[in-house]
Design a protein around this ligand. Structure first.
Ligand code: 3PG
Length: 221
């Protein structure tokens, strides 16, 4: 079991991003997978868990993780509306990740005092999020929307914005993203392959989490 440092009571988006090099994007189809899956990731040193609101059991899975895996920090992914934020906070989500940005979710997450990593893919979306006070953003879908070259281009005009690129990332290409000055962490689903989840191969998932936790991440300002 990996020992993880204590976290502040109130998390910022930067706390969520700095905790580990990778935020796993998790899709839970069967409720009974929720707790062992979360435990397997935490055992490998990854505790910021983005559980996506993409399946009928997602909210109940989140509730179980929040109640039964206190070492994990539960996040809700694929949030697209204020009601998604409210429903997931109600079952214990402590941060949010969205595939895009709307002012409504920006404002709501602020009033809930819970960090939101909203997805952006254009300069205008970055400017809108920044106008609403958000400077830590998810770059989504990272590979499809320009990958490394796009992040390098953004580092000029958006020097004060920090990104979590997600979409098409893997253990192989994550290090080159993490080497960029404007990237704090990356997101990806590769830590929880569906076949490993379906077969209950938690040992493999712990190993994938360990490999992700050990990716070299240069210190950033
Ligand atoms: C998603 O929202 O599905 C994430 O971007 C995960 O993408 P990945 O499967 O390419 O890691």
């Amino acid at each position: 079991m990996v020992t993880l440092a204590p976290l502040p009571q109130t998390l910022s988006a930067l706390d969520v991003m700095r905790d580990a090099p990778v935020i796993p994007v998790i899709v839970i189809h069967q409720l009974e997978h929720a707790v062992p899956l979360a435990r397997a990731l935490v055992a490998g040193g990854i505790r910021m868990l983005e559980v996506t609101l993409r399946t009928p059991v997602a909210l109940e899975a989140m509730r179980l993780i929040a109640n039964e895996v206190p070492e994990a920090v539960l996040g809700a992914g694929t949030v697209r509306s204020v009601s998604d934020l409210e429903a997931s906070a109600k079952v214990g989500a402590r941060f949010f990740v969205s595939p895009g940005y709307t002012k409504a979710i920006g404002v709501a997450s602020k009033s809930m005092q819970l960090p939101l990593l909203p997805g952006v893919a254009t300069g205008s979306e970055i400017m809108q999020a920044q106008e609403d006070g958000l400077t830590e953003l998810k770059f989504f879908p990272a590979m499809q929307a320009g990958g490394l070259a796009m992040l390098k281009a953004w580092s000029g005009p958006f020097t004060d914005i920090r990104f979590c690129p997600t979409g098409g990332l893997s253990l192989a290409n994550a290090p080159e993203f993490l080497a960029l000055s404007n990237v704090v962490c990356v997101g990806g689903s590769w830590l929880t392959p569906q076949d490993a989840v379906d077969s209950g191969d938690w040992t493999r998932i712990t190993q994938l989490a360990k490999d992700a936790a050990n990716i070299n991440r240069p210190a950033k300002a």
